[in-house]
Design a protein around this ligand. Sequence first.
Ligand code: SF4
Ligand code: SF4
Length: 339
Amino acid sequence: MNRLINKEALSLEITTHCNLSCPHCFALANITALADMNWNIAQAAMKEGYTLGYRNLHITGGEPFLNKKLFALLDKACNLGYEKIIINTNATLLDTRNCSRLSEFQGRVDLTCSLNGNEKVHDQIRGKGSFLKALKGINKALQKGINVDIFTTVGKYNLEDIPSFVEYIMKSLSGIQGIFFIQLRRVENEYFSFADQLLSPKDVINFVRVVGFLSLYGYPVHFLENALFNVIAKKLELKWLPASQAIFRPDRLFILQDGRITANHSSRKTYGFYQPGSLQNIINSQMYQEDILANTTLCPDCQFYQLCQSCGMLQPSCAERNDLECASPFCQRVLRELH
Ligand code: SF4
Ligand code: SF4
């Protein structure tokens, strides 16, 4: 008998259509077609996920509000019994109609909205006018009582703006739950290289320091899925900083629009295509377990092993994400800077 999954979310990429074309987008750099997820796959996966014990559902894209079946899917998920549904959106389609419909779910549907920094930076990446459009949409959602978190990817281009950005968001988006920072990463098959914008080990340490101080002053700031930042925070003695989850972690499954299954959205490693009954088999598979459990080759011989283990950093940083050209893993180089 398998144990029930009750903390992790099952993730569905319900469309690869998007009304924006951000150059750093890892979702659209990995697509086989511009299309919505097959409705039968979405329904079967939600049902199977619920039976396995998932109670949280994560909906992403592309831009999920472009999928005409989004609300039917939310109805279905609620009828199945999912307790919390989180939708990633670029917020530009949060009009009165969509926000009113979301509010009918009475707190079961939350939003995470992507902003790339202040207006200038955001519009440079996402297109002129997209910042104010997103802000307007987020405010509409907040006014309807919908919980909203902000997701912000950080590279060299916006590292220095973090304090002013946080202050601005807290003033202009009253009622926001939190701001989650994401370290800019590369992906295989990226269609635009951001190599010169990747944070260096020194940048990453400054990043944690800045966010640590914002957190000390009461701002609801977090790091999204980056256990290395827990290790840095420990070394810097920023004890109050909320812990970040690891990006590869038990029970995390992501079903992409075309049915391929991965452990997280930016991963290029797939565990095959979804077929009814396949989720538990994937979780139990050796390949999946090796990806989510503690690394047994590089880490045990590393000088930071105990420290990393105590902070939930169980696998080295993926070379292809941080530093394609460098021989030693990014995590080691960051921690050596602090040693
Ligand atoms: S809005 Fe999101 S899904 Fe659309 S292109 Fe930008 S990063 Fe990709
Ligand atoms: S290789 Fe990286 S994750 Fe592993 S112990 Fe060393 S610093 Fe930590």
